[in-house]
Write a protein of this length. Sequence first.
Length: 368
Amino acid sequence: MEYSPPPLFKQGASARAKVVFFSLIALILLVADSRLRSLGIVRQVAGTVLYPLQVAAMLPRDAATMAGDYFTSLSTLERENKALKQDKVLNAQTLQQVHQLAAENDQLRKLLAANERVPMKSVLSEILYDARDAYTRKVVVDRGSRQGVSPGQPVIDDVGVVGQVTRVFPFTAEVTLLTDKDQAIPVQVVRSGLRSIAYGQGHSGSLDLRFMPTNADIKSGDTLVTSGIDGVYPPGLAVAKVTHVETKSSDAFARITCQPIAGIDRNRQLLILLNETKLPPPPPPEEAKDGKKDKGKKRIAEFKDGKKDAGAAPAAQGAAQPAAQQPAAQQPAAQPATGQQPASGNVPAKPSAAPAPAGAAAKPAPKG
């Protein structure tokens, strides 16, 4: 019995024959397509039919590419965001410095304008730091005696009085602010011409006018300027503005509160007016006073002794005249010869006709 394989497993032509056959067909199609362009329609139809398959086949690749691009862009964005934040901080600092320099430039321009309005020499200064005292209102500036600064000179800004120089060093100076509790400044009301003295109130940052009668011509909103009667502050500098006036019939004086016009706690640049402040001479020391008292007492004692000597001279002259009229038995036995002096070396006094009055006695010359 002869065995034959099933139709599915029947072998046709050999593999080599098949390769040769299909290679020839491919070559024929290539030549025909390149020469005759006859397969263009077939190619378009095949491309249209196979396009969905191509897209489906490319999906994994596209998904992997998109994921890589996402993570790459995310890290790139993070780096850019960090760099932009750093640039923002630097730009903010630069902008702040620009605003600060602009404000400082504006302040310096105003100080130069104020310098032109004040008819005296001045020097520009900058505040270094506040004084290390919680109970006073003082600042230290970067100008001292080397720049012509001396105690008592007024300090102003572009709008008004800030304070007064109270202590000077070679390269720095201490300025007591207008609001210090120990500071006082003569002022004058612009509206009425009323003069008074403004005193600082310490850390409250305000001034008060003391010992003003209740009927004084002053009201809220009045402007106070320097009166110039103290010889320290030039007249006409703005000092403060009246903010509160309280009068009671039971009080002898009114309570008047003022707010400084100048930037006491705001400005960093100040102007020191180099006027020659005429301060009163210092009192003499205690030793000099005691010496003067001793010298005065000595002069009084010498004057009294001179009066006693002048009163004793007429009495001696009056006693000499009766002694000359006594008898010879009562007179001394030995008389000095003519031209000779007594042993004591004193010349005997000549009798006078009448005793001189006590007022005519010679006064002792005062010792210089």
